[in-house]
Design a protein around this ligand. Structure first.
Ligand SMILES: C=CC1=C(C)c2cc3[nH]c(cc4nc(cc5[nH]c(cc1n2)c(C)c5CCC(=O)O)C(CCC(=O)O)=C4C)c(C)c3C=C
Ligand SMILES: [Fe+2]
Length: 437
């Protein structure tokens, strides 16, 4: 596919008769660093063109195949992909007015994402001394680091304040509804919503940041970042043994996830099926993100017994209480000698598990954002991410149970929330959202 972002466009006019402006003035006029780059305009374009110098020095980095995940395919990467070490999430709001502009943005984003996930710079290299570099450069010399970029569209892309902004209202799938308010919510507007959600994961934090930064740069004039959050888990290198990562409360987090290698389970839990409609969402998935702050100062003062009863699992092994192995079946009927359930009925796993019939795929990361200036407490927690086929039947009832009775609520507070319909994968030559826009 040949789509060029605004940084790749070559000047279109070589006239030498334009008034002389300093390079700095030209860059400002052109809105450099943003999509306002009016290179088609005669004056700016011509002067830039006359200044092209220098032989292009390659920024290509030899890429070990093991560090590259394919971009094109039936599904988007970053959903059933084994979890990478670092994460960067950005919610964007569209400022463009026309559906064709949104479509053009997705064409450009697809092209950029297809390149950077393969360890290539955004767009073709250019050594034009009078233009900003096409790529921002901080990933030069770095491997692709299993970079994945997963795009989703939020309910407000379809209707906002009752208005059918882009003529897409009739295409909104019913499961892409605003989440209901949950009883324990303390949501803050600055961590909520977004017309588009972009999840970036990689085994290097700079590679992940580079992706978000360049997508935002390409979007300038069409979309702006509404909020963003970086996240992490332990790196594979730091782990003495491979295994489930721990969250910031010190517990293994992810044990009870369905097996991402089990296609039947993924079709049941994650992927929107052809029968479910609309067609543009087949092989997509709904992504819920919740920014959940942990009151870790309180948590760190609670006893081990209380901590284990809160989750219903042992801290060190990760086994269900009363068991010995992390992956043994969760048996909520097991009782102690006095007839009391070994896994408390109000523990996190008991409530999340329910009858075990409704599942979600979690893909969360820890986050830390310095301190809360008002309280002096750490602003840290879990950036909860999950994928499901229909949030109304999966995430929502589960979170309703948790919000009402979960012992964990004493130590956490949900401050951010958003829901996105993650598009199906794109095929080479096509672009993400092609069926929608
Ligand atoms: C609505 C969905 C869920 C939210 C929100 C949530 C928040 C949350 N979870 C932990 C830590 C753990 N969760 C664990 C298990 C678990 N959690 C959910 C769902 C939500 N969690 C599910 C579906 C499950 C699995 C239940 C099962 O069937 O076994 C565990 C235990 C280990 C594991 O299975 O991953 C931990 C630990 C935190 C800290 C948190 C919010 C900050
Ligand atoms: Fe959980």
């Amino acid at each position: 596919m040949e789509t060029k972002n605004d940084f790749q466009k070559e000047p279109q006019n070589n006239s030498q008769t334009e008034p002389k402006l300093s390079r700095r003035q030209l860059l400002k006029m052109a809105g450099v660093g943003g999509a306002g780059l009016l290179l088609g305009g005669a004056g700016v374009g011509s002067l830039f063109a006359t200044g092209a110098v220098g032989a292009a020095s390659s920024t290509a980095t030899a890429q070990p195949a093991a560090d590259i995940l394919p971009f094109y395919g039936k599904y988007q990467q970053g959903i059933v992909t084994p979890q990478q070490d670092f994460f960067h999430f950005a919610a964007f709001d569209i400022i463009a007015k026309k559906r064709s502009d949104v479509r053009a943005l997705f064409e450009k984003w697809t092209d950029a994402a297809a390149r950077i996930t393969q360890g290539q710079p955004v767009g073709d290299e250019s050594n034009n001394q009078h233009l900003p570099p096409t790529d921002t450069g901080e990933a030069i010399g770095l491997t692709a680091s299993k970079l994945t970029i997963t795009f989703g569209v939020g309910p407000t892309l379809f209707t906002k304040d009752g208005a059918d902004r882009f003529g897409l209202a009739s295409k909104r799938p019913a499961p892409l509804a605003d989440l209901p308010a949950f009883s324990a919510d303390e949501l803050q507007a600055e961590w909520c919503g977004g017309d588009i959600g972009v999840q970036v994961c990689a085994n290097d934090p700079q590679v992940a940041f580079h992706a978000i930064r360049n997508l935002a740069r390409i979007a300038r004039g069409s979309a702006v970042i509404r909020w963003s959050q970086a996240g992490f888990q332990r790196t594979e290198r730091a782990a003495a043994k491979p295994g489930t990562a721990r969250n910031l409360m010190g517990f293994k987090d992810g044990t009870g996830n369905p097996d991402v290698n089990d296609d039947a389970a993924m079709n049941d839990v994650v992927w929107v099926q052809p029968s479910e409609g609309p067609a543009w969402m087949t092989n997509g998935s709904y992504m819920i993100v919740r920014r959940i702050r942990m009151r870790i100062e309180e948590w760190d003062r609670s006893t081990l017994q209380d901590q284990e009863a809160t989750f219903g699992r042992a801290r060190i092994s990760g086994a269900p209480l009363g068991g010995t192995d992390e992956f043994e079946k969760l048996d909520l009927d097991k009782k102690d000698a006095s007839g009391k359930p070994l896994i408390p009925v109000d523990s996190h796993v008991a409530l999340a598990h329910g009858d075990g019939k409704v599942r979600i795929l979690r893909r969360s990361y820890s986050y830390t954002n310095g301190i809360d200036a008002k309280t002096g407490q750490l602003d840290t927690g879990l950036f909860f991410v999950c994928f499901n086929r229909d949030p109304r039947k999966q995430f929502v009832p589960m979170q309703q149970r948790l919000a009402k009775n979960d012992r964990l609520n004493e130590y956490i507070v949900h401050v951010g929330s958003a829901v996105f319909a993650c598009l199906p994968g794109a095929s080479a030559g096509g672009f993400l959202g092609q069926e929608l826009f």
